[in-house]
Design a protein around this ligand. Structure first.
Ligand SMILES: [Zn+2]
Ligand SMILES: [Zn+2]
Length: 280
């Protein structure tokens, strides 16, 4: 059923967001149609649903959809597209590891036809398996994390780099090591023309103790200033895990970037749909 066309937001500036989750990932709520309704009421210029991708073999199964739920995901995004009064796209947020490259490239992107892929560099591979980087701040994990992340960026699979500074949640000091890590990561993204996200969800998370006192685990001012100075395109997204956050967190991210004096480009323009798709 189409939305009431009079249901238009008349408050703050309109905005888009391309980082949106659904109940299928087992740690978010709502269906894409719920996200569309909230977004339409709040002044959306473009919306992307990018739930966490599943993995064969049940990797991180507690916080990812099961592969056999992909059919339901496709039905859900089709239903949302049918009612969306703005440009609407769907894809996935994926980690990256060479062992899974064919899964992302040939199956999710090729066979299922995902319209875009968001790179969420959440993990580092250690002797314990794939660990969540904010909780894996052992000094020995930084170099392998950067190495994997740079390779992920260079894979040519990704259209958007989510929370590029998430590792600074586990490595909260802005010192020679984290500056060098940031340089390698930003340079790889810039070389590939991948926009970097200012993540709204991170602003709601428990703070960590940085050099200048308590700060959000991400986004991180020093990282984003460095990225902007390096010529990166920065774009604000919600990373919504509840329908009510579909646009609100992107607006918070934009307000934070503006308060820091960091220039951003609206996600709809940054993805320009999508420069990368033809190259994969
Ligand atoms: Zn999530
Ligand atoms: Zn996400």
């Amino acid at each position: 059923m189409p939305l009431d066309p009079t249901l238009r937001y008349s408050g703050a500036v309109n905005i888009s967001s391309f980082h949106t989750h659904t109940r299928l990932c087992r740690h978010a709520s709502g269906d894409p149609v719920d996200s569309v309704r909230v977004a339409a009421a709040e002044g959306c210029t473009g919306l992307g649903i990018s739930d966490h991708c599943p993995y064969p073999g049940g990797l991180w199964a507690g916080s990812r959809m099961a592969p056999e739920w992909l059919d339901e995901y496709l039905v859900m995004v089709d239903a949302a597209r049918d009612i969306a009064p703005f440009p609407f796209y769907w894809g996935f947020e994926c980690e990256w590891h060479p062992d899974s490259d064919a899964w992302y490239r040939e199956y999710l992107r090729g066979e299922l036809g995902a319209e875009y892929l968001v790179y969420g560099a959440h993990w580092v591979r250690t002797s314990n398996g794939f660990e969540y980087i904010p909780e894996a701040g052992d000094p020995g994990n930084l170099a392998p994390y950067v190495d994997l992340t740079v390779k992920g960026l260079a894979s040519g699979l990704f259209d958007l780099f989510a929370h590029p500074d998430i590792f600074l949640a586990g490595f909260p000091r802005w010192d020679a090591e984290t500056r060098a890590a940031s340089r390698d990561i930003v340079d790889a993204a810039v070389a590939m023309g991948i926009p970097l996200e200012v993540n709204g969800l991170g602003l709601t998370k428990p703070k960590v103790l940085g050099d200048a006192g308590w700060r959000a685990p991400y986004p991180v001012r020093e990282f984003l200033e460095f990225a902007a100075d390096s010529g990166a395109v920065l774009t604000c997204n919600s990373d919504a895990h509840r329908p009510q956050d579909t646009l609100a967190l992107a607006r918070n991210a934009k307000a934070q970037a503006e308060a820091w004096g960091i220039p951003t480009v609206d996600a709809m323009d940054a993805l320009a749909f999508t420069k990368r798709g033809a190259a994969v």
